[in-house]
Design a protein around this ligand. Structure first.
Ligand code: BGC
Length: 763
């Protein structure tokens, strides 16, 4: 009896899945398909769908998933992450589809954060391109590669605003500004998901970490967050909302608390704001064991916190298995309802439906695609262009850059011959067996026989060998040289003695930023400072190529280095991209998206600060004004800052009218002229100040930007249209509106150097 019955069930299911799922974009069809499927599911099977397990070795916590295969067979796994390649994904999927009772396919996720095999610049670097096409394209390529290798879900984009560079995860976000962050969030979602989630080369995006994760106290990862609602809505929520508006398929809750309730069990956050106010219709997943961690937060045992999470609106539980192991019991005890479980289960099943997995569970398991579409020449070419556009030229005295391909170039520094570090943090799929070429190799290749390239390491990453060991993880080794520091410096000086110019590759190792990589001291390690001083003392020009995942504190370096080119962690073709910029094949055009402080004591530091009642008027210290005794208020390098090999002149700001009414639109324009010798790109930035309000308003808020290219001598008029939408803000009652009155419109090359004109806008 058993065999024919099974056979029948199988046939019925195959028929059921293929008929019902033929049209993945029709909500009515999706609903009736999922209604029918859920009608066949036991409570246990429904809870099973809410379980996300981790496969492979990629873990970001102390807990790993156990007995994964047997759980899949029992229908206790809704999705799995960190299992890749068509073959492995197919095998795991076969277990679900052939061996579990209802044969429901699984989701396959991974942290595809800034590229898959072709690694793009770290997100903070990418954001400095201010180029939404390049950014979208990087996510498109990441999705193409990931989907060719078995995946259908990425835990990206990370859109957490952060104004605290001590926090290691600033590397993963787009900096300090909500307007720019929102534009990037949208571009990333579009890039990953395309127009059709059921296409074989698109994947679900997951906006994270909802919410406010970047505002951890003291910049210490996972730490408490406490913030006014006005600030949340105006400054920290917009990028999450932009991702939702762009149709992001999934949302990840954050580790931190908000108003004393961890995000993962925060009903206000998940249900009231995300689902009701913003209309989010997709799946909400926890962060890695963030359900369980609520026990440590002090909210109760695993059963209690799991019930709190599902009741708050969480659908899927990442790794911790609180849902899997306790929800049945909570249901019996009346702590959760069947409606809670049904809602969460429906959200997971809908995600699978939208991806087309019921139609073809193996749609991402095409060996041919994996063979032909990963790490292609075209993708690497695009990455090289993108990387060069992410670099920010912080200083260029002389100008010493671009270098010419002649004479002798001394390349020194702990990052000059490093390979694995070029890809930066969160590049889990990178091929560490074949890491990118180092800067040393790239420079040698770039100059060929026309210049002489000399090399010495000059210093270890840091004097602290333990620290170096701590950051030599996830495939990113630093080859420590155990000779004394002065011996290393002497060697570098000998090399420098024979050179015309010194290029010093300094900064952080890749894993000095990223998750759980906060630093309290964000200056250059002293081993490198000493090396730089010694090099500068030679009297030769010293170009610092700065690798970093965060804004660093660099006042001394800014004083003594001849030039500083910030290259972040530039990705698979990063070294070639650096050579492209150093030798002028590409003119740098990146602009900072996070302020560089003068000292750690200035943190949090951001351009859109408030005036206060006692603003500093001049630049020097003033008693009883809002300032410091020992450091100016302004950052070393402001938001939006970045130099070019050419120079740009800005005209005065022209407004279409100085008086506007109601929904009229304002045209604001400037003429930008390339006044230098090189063709170049410039990011023209528009900021607004609401001069008088019922609430205090920031001194400047970014409300527009355009990236333009200009030939030497060429001028272009750059126009911005400002509408009352750009004037709106959440007031103290959380009402989103604009208020009539005076506004100052600033246009300029960065948030500090602007020209302005005033407008009066009545209702
Ligand atoms: C991180 C997330 C990540 C997840 C899965 C967590 O520790 O906070 O950003 O997506 O691990 O790897």
């Amino acid at each position: 009896m058993k065999f024919p019955f099974r056979c029948f069930t199988l046939l019925a299911l195959v028929l059921f899945y293929s008929i019902a799922n033929a049209q993945t974009s029709d909500p009515a069809k999706m609903k009736s398909f999922i209604d029918a499927l859920m009608a066949r599911m036991t409570t246990e099977e429904k809870i099973g769908q809410l379980n996300l397990v981790v496969g492979g070795e990629a873990t970001t916590g102390s807990v790993v998933s156990m007995d994964v295969s047997s759980k899949i067979r029992k229908g206790q796994v809704g999705g799995i992450f960190s299992v890749t390649t068509p073959n492995r994904v197919r095998k795991a999927q076969e277990m679900a589809v052939n061996e579990s009772r209802l044969k429901i396919p699984m989701l396959f996720g991974l942290d595809v954060i800034h590229g898959y095999k072709t690694i793009f610049p770290i997100p903070l670097g990418l954001s400095c391109s201010w180029d939404m096409q390049l950014i979208e394209q990087s996510a498109r390529i990441a999705a193409q590669e990931a989907s060719a290798d078995g995946l259908n879900w990425t835990f990206s984009p990370m859109v957490d605003i952060s104004r605290d560079p001590r926090w290691g995860r600033v590397a993963e976000g787009s900096g300090e500004d909500p307007y720019l962050g929102s534009a990037i969030a949208k571009a990333m979602v579009k890039g990953y998901q395309g127009d059709d989630l059921s296409a074989k080369n698109t994947i679900m995006a997951c906006v994270k970490h909802y919410a406010l994760y970047g505002a951890a106290e003291g910049g210490r990862d996972y730490n408490t967050v406490d913030m006014s609602r006005v600030r949340m809505y105006n400054e920290y929520f917009p990028p999450y909302k932009a991702a939702v508006d762009a149709g992001v398929a999934t949302v990840m809750t954050s580790f931190n608390e908000i108003d004393g309730i961890p995000a993962t069990a925060n009903k206000w956050l998940i249900t009231d704001v995300l689902r009701k106010q913003w209309g989010f219709r997709g799946m909400v997943v926890s962060d890695y064991t963030s359900v369980n961690e609520m026990t440590s937060h002090g909210l109760g045992d695993l059963k209690t916190v799991s019930a709190l999470a599902i009741k708050a609106g969480l659908d899927m539980d990442m790794v911790g298995e609180g849902f899997l192991t306790t929800l049945q019991q909570s249901l019996k005890e009346g702590k959760v309802t069947m409606a809670d479980i049904n809602r969460a289960c429906r959200m997971v099943l809908e995600s699978k439906y939208k991806l087309g997995l019921f139609e073809d569970p193996y749609r991402y398991c095409d060996e041919n695609r994996a063979k032909n579409e990963l790490f292609t020449e075209a993708n690497r070419k695009q990455e090289r262009i993108t990387a060069a556009h992410s670099f920010v030229l912080l200083k260029n005295q002389g100008p010493v850059l671009p270098l010419s391909r002649k004479g002798s170039i001394a390349l020194v520094g702990p990052l000059a011959d490093s390979r694995e570090n070029l890809v930066g943090t969160w590049s889990v799929a990178a091929d560490y067996a074949n890491p990118p070429i180092s800067l040393l190799t790239a420079i040698k290749q770039a100059v060929g026989s026309s210049a002489n390239v000399l090399y010495a390491k000059g210093a270890n990453l840091t004097r602290d060998a333990d620290m170096e060991a701590r950051v030599s993880i996830f495939g990113k080794k630093m080859e420590r040289d155990n000779r004394p520091a002065d011996v290393l410096i002497d060697e570098a000086l000998k090399v420098a003695a024979g050179a015309d110019v010194i290029v010093a590759a300094l900064g952080e190792a890749a894993e000095m930023t990223g998750e759980s990589s906060s630093r309290s001291d964000i200056s250059l390690p002293s081993s490198q400072k000493d090396l730089l001083k010694a090099l500068v003392n030679t009297g030769k020009p010293v170009v610092v190529v700065l690798f970093t995942g965060r804004p660093l504190v660099l006042p001394e370096e800014e004083k003594i280095a001849t030039a500083i080119l910030n290259v972040w962690f530039p990705g698979s073709e990063g070294a070639n991209a650096i050579a492209d910029v150093l030798f002028g094949d590409v003119n740098p055009s990146g602009k900072l998206t996070a302020s560089f402080p003068r000292s750690v004591g200035q943190i949090p530091i951001y351009y859109s600060s408030k005036n206060t009642g006692r603003p500093l008027v001049g630049t020097g210290f003033e008693k009883f004004r809002s300032n410091y005794l020992d450091v100016p208020n302004d950052p070393l390098f402001p938001f939006g800052y970045g130099l070019s090999y050419t120079s740009f002149g800005y005209s005065e700001v022209k407004l279409s009218s100085a008086n506007l009414k109601g929904n009229q639109k304002l045209e604001a324009s400037v003429t930008v002229t390339n006044t230098g010798k090189y063709a170049g790109e410039e990011v023209v930035q528009l900021y607004i100040r609401d001069i008088v309000g019922t609430n205090t308003r920031p001194l400047k808020e970014l409300k527009g930007f355009r990236k333009i290219s200009l030939q030497p001598g060429e001028a272009k008029q750059v126009n911005f249209t400002v509408s009352t939408d750009d004037l709106r803000f959440y007031n103290n009652d959380l009402k989103y509106d604009w208020e009539p009155g005076a506004f100052r419109i600033f246009i300029g090359t960065n948030s500090r150097d602007t020209k302005s004109a005033d407008v009066n806008w009545t209702k």
